[in-house]
Design a binder for this molecule. Structure first.
Ligand SMILES: Nc1ncnc2c1ncn2[C@@H]1O[C@H](COP(=O)(O)OP(=O)(O)OP(=O)(O)O)[C@@H](O)[C@H]1O
Length: 713
């Protein structure tokens, strides 16, 4: 018997949705399926078990008394069981690494607490699953179809729960592994129950998977994990196993401290996975539309041969799909930031001929299960998903993990990207990045930080310090994520440094930078240049009173809606609005500040260089008064100037005419009025035609300040 505390409710917390409970139950189901059933008949195969010199992680035939209490077993028997289980239950031929083997041997001995930090996909689960089975009493039962395992969580019905409890209360329960949540472990009833199991000498291990959740230094801190340390006092003498792929030195130290681990043996490997190829694409600088770029990349990564090679035989493998003339194998995940983005992307990829379904917390439980099953069985090639997808899923042939925008934290990114290539074959991890992503990330994280700061203010002493630590960890994680995207260095090295790996040598061939440093640098330069250009474009539009929120949030009102959708997923809707406004005004202020700075300094260096006035092609207004406006014989006199002067001229004439030419008042009948007017107009026309000056009858012209028209020009 062992208790495994999972990173409970992880998916639902990530999406912060009301439907959290069924997501979790799905996850634990997946874990249970993944870790329990190996239905193929046992195959007798040679096991290559490497030996090791480490005393704590190797067995000597003479050693005895493994375990505590009445379950003392000879070490030779343990070795025999280990090898049997390894082949007959897990069907493995050899250990994935020496570290995996050494960790398993150490855990099997049950003489100390064990900390395991191996890369994603390195087989950490086997480190506790194999010992858990080996330490069972009825080894023969392992030859049957599966390893009995159960989960206790809030989504079970009362009847389901009581069935499990009944079984566990038996003298010899069949259940070998019990998965519980950190929240569940904190309840009094669970503590009592575990203490009882321990008293009955049925508890072999307490295992904390995804142990980084226990520390404020981790990328995914869960307060509930902190209470796990209390189980130590309830179950003294039970070895603890903590496993993670994403903890740096600080996080590791804190995990050991928080879980009150003692006499700890550590098995730690670097993060480097040589079958993973990392790259970053600057979304605003691609030669094609980004969605098309992605579709082409997916096809490239998943296609193996041209269909014409297979015209006769047909394609028999059910894991193989065809697209046009290509044969597609393996599968891909495209992580999007919002539900809406998942849906849109799925549509786009389907249009491009790639079978694709969207997965997010907005779907019902059944739909989500369907999507996952279809993807697992290779019925569809691609899932476009929020980060909720992938937890606990172990699909070996994921050839490609794309982040349509980066994660909020480099550690989180490493974990998500690590779902690629678990079969050890070449696989790709790509991020599509743009400046608007950066803004959105900053924006999202700033919301979380604000909440934490509020919390820190209310607390005092160590609690407040812890909140500060968490703030720092979040800020560092984001800064490192952005640095990963924006710096010219080996991507593997960026990750290795973040996790304090001892080996930080460049990969040489497994990332875009190492493959082609110049090209990557050029793309980064374009990206930097693009930032300034975008700010200028925004300023111009603002000056023209044409500012929309498009530029702020990357791609139109539709995108704004998308982002709002995204933000709603991580914040309450009221704060979304506030955040939008704050973001907009901040951005506007910063653009203005830059513009004024440029004008003040009149400096040709720096931000975009001097502001050059754009030469605007002059277009006459529809009611232009200037005669022969096309003429441009006088340099430096614009049409605008001419129009302005002409209007002044007309106005002056008008005034004088009104004053002097008061015919209306001097006539009594309409006929006389019309006649006198026609007469005057005819006179003026005649004079104008002969280039003569028309003089009004009234001699008061000069006295009133009237100027001849010719003098006005
Ligand atoms: N010795 C082995 N030989 C072959 N395959 C193995 C071996 N050990 C584990 N595996 C397989 O490797 C895959 C990854 O293992 P696992 O899910 O335990 O990874 P992990 O280290 O927990 O990764 P993550 O941290 O990403 O969850 C699984 O399909 C598992 O069956």
């Amino acid at each position: 018997m062992e208790v495994v505390t999972l990173e409970s409710d992880e998916e639902e917390k990530k999406e912060q949705k009301s439907s959290w409970s069924d997501i979790f139950s799905r996850k634990t189901e997946v874990q249970a399926q993944k870790k329990v059933t190996k239905k193929e008949p046992p195959v007798k195969k040679e096991v290559s078990l490497e030996s090791t010199s480490s005393s704590s992680s190797s067995f000597s035939e003479n050693e005895v008394a493994i375990g505590t209490g009445k379950a003392l077993v000879k070490s030779s028997e343990i070795i025999e069981r280990r090898d049997k289980v390894f082949v007959e239950v897990f069907h493995h031929k050899k250990y994935k690494s020496k570290l995996q083997m050494r960790a398993i041997n150490c855990i099997l001995k049950r003489q100390c607490d064990v900390y395991v930090s191996l890369p994603t996909g390195a087989g950490k689960s086997l480190c506790y699953q194999l010992p858990a089975i080996v330490h069972g009493d009825q080894i023969s039962s392992l030859r049957s179809k599966g390893i009995p395992c159960e989960t206790l969580n809030s989504t079970l019905t009362a009847a389901e729960k009581s069935n499990i409890m009944r079984e566990l209360n038996c003298v010899a329960p069949k259940i070998r592994m019990l998965y519980i949540t950190a929240e569940g472990a904190a309840t009094d009833s669970m503590k009592k129950f575990l203490a009882d199991l321990n008293k009955r000498e049925l508890l072999r291990y307490i295992i904390i998977d995804e142990a980084h959740c226990v520390t404020h230094w981790g990328h995914d801190f869960r307060p509930d994990y902190l209470s796990l340390g209390k189980l130590r006092d309830i179950c003294p003498g039970v070895p603890w196993i903590a496993l993670t792929a994403t903890a740096n030195t600080k996080a590791q130290d804190d995990i050991v401290f928080q879980l009150k681990m003692r006499n700890v043996e550590s098995f730690k490997a670097g993060t480097y996975r040589d079958n993973l190829y990392y790259d970053v694409c600057m979304r605003d600088h691609l030669s094609t539309a980004p969605e098309n770029h992605l579709a082409a990349f997916i096809t490239k990564c998943l296609s193996v041969v041209d269909k014409k090679n297979d015209d006769k035989g047909g394609i028999k493998d059910k894991n193989v799909r065809t697209q046009n003339k290509k044969i597609l194998t393996g599968s891909a995940i495209v992580y999007c930031r919002s539900r809406n983005e998942c849906e849109q992307m799925a549509l786009t990829l389907n249009k491009a001929g790639i079978t694709c379904l969207a997965y997010h917390a907005g779907l019902g439980k059944k739909d989500r299960n369907d999507v996952q099953d279809k993807w697992m069985s290779n019925e569809v090639a691609v899932v476009t998903a929020t980060v909720a997808f992938g937890m606990g899923i172990d699909k070996p042939d994921v050839r490609l993990v794309v982040h349509w925008s980066p994660s909020q934290n480099l550690a989180g990114y490493y974990q998500e990207a690590g779902r690629a290539g678990r079969d050890g074959k070449r696989s790709y991890c790509r991020i599509y990045y743009s400046n608007s992503d950066k803004n959105a990330l900053n924006f999202l994280v700033s919301g979380d930080l604000a909440k934490l700061r509020e919390k820190a203010k209310k607390k005092n002493g160590t609690e407040s310090e812890k909140a500060e630590l968490q703030i720092k960890a979040i800020q560092t994680g984001l800064a490192k994520m952005i640095e990963y995207c924006e710096s010219a260095q080996c991507r593997h090295v960026s990750i290795a440094k973040f996790f304090d790996d001892s080996d930080c040598r460049p990969c040489e061939t497994n990332c875009d930078y190492c493959r082609n440093p110049k090209d990557t640098e050029k793309k980064l330069q374009d990206f930097e240049w693009g930032k300034d250009k975008k700010a200028n474009a925004y300023m111009n539009r603002w000056k023209n009173n044409d500012v929309d929120t498009d530029d702020l949030y990357g791609g139109g009102k539709c995108s704004l809606a998308k982002d709002e959708d995204m933000w709603k997923e991580s914040a309450s809707s009221s704060t979304v609005k506030d955040r939008c406004e704050t973001e907009e005004s901040q951005r506007l202020r910063s653009v203005l500040k830059n513009e004024f700075a440029k004008r003040r300094s009149n400096n040709s260096e720096g931000f975009g260089g001097p502001v050059k006035r754009t030469k605007v092609e002059e277009k006459p207004a529809e009611d232009v008064s200037v005669i022969n406006f096309e003429l441009k014989t006088i340099p430096n006199v614009t049409l605008e100037t001419r129009e302005s002067l002409t209007r002044q001229f007309i106005k002056a004439l008008q005034r004088k005419l009104d004053h002097q030419f008061a015919l209306y008042g001097s006539c009594k009948t309409a006929m006389t009025y019309r006649m006198k007017c026609s007469h005057k107009v005819a006179e003026i026309k005649k004079k104008t035609k002969n280039f003569e000056i028309f003089e009004f009858e009234n001699t008061a012209i000069e006295q009133s300040g009237f100027s001849k028209a010719s003098n006005l020009i």
